[in-house]
Design a protein around this ligand. Structure first.
Ligand code: ZN
Length: 170
């Protein structure tokens, strides 16, 4: 296993659309294992391959308190969704920033396990939100792009301030 380094906003790789995985081999299995380790180490509840610089449709999620319900998903696709829920999100690629956005409340998602088994999952609550957040990453979309224009301006101001004043001494 290996820890991977996480790409941070505004790295342009985070805005690229990822390709479908066409061959399930040892590399993909290792990627899933390494991404899980990296997610746990960073105390995240989800991680998408482009966040570690790999432009393939792979995500890992675990929203459990015990950190023992890992779901790696290859080529995940939302096939059904319903309702609306608003909650605060954060992202390992945008450390220290959280904001409130709206997502589908319930989803059905199809994906492939690292071993090549197709499966379907029904999710709502935090799991549904997390899966939508990670699938967005595969399409090059960060959660801040789903903020209102005004809130996005506030984010940019916050970000610029952070860049100029990384120690937060103000
Ligand atoms: Zn994220």
């Amino acid at each position: 296993m290996a820890l991977l380094s996480i790409k941070l906003y505004p790295d342009p790789i985070l805005n690229q659309v990822c390709s479908e995985v066409t061959q399930l081999d040892d590399n993909i299995q290792k990627l899933c294992t390494d991404m899980a380790e990296t997610m746990y180490k960073s105390r995240g509840i989800g991680l998408a391959a482009p966040q570690v610089g790999i432009l393939q449709r792979v995500i890992v999620v675990d929203v459990s308190d015990e950190r023992n319900e890992l779901v790696p998903m290859i080529n995940p696709k939302i096939t059904w969704s319903e309702g609306k829920v608003t909650s605060e999100e954060g992202c390992l690629s945008i450390p220290d920033y959280r904001d409130t956005i709206s997502r589908k409340k319930s989803i059905k998602v199809e994906a492939i396990t690292p071993k090549g088994e197709h499966f379907q999952l029904e999710a709502d609550g935090l799991l549904a939100i997390c899966i939508q957040h990670e699938i967005d990453h595969l399409d090059g979309i960060l959660f801040i792009q789903r903020l209102s224009r005004l809130k996005r301006e506030l984010f940019k101001r916050w970000f610029n301030k952070q860049q100029n004043n990384p120690e937060g001494l103000d």
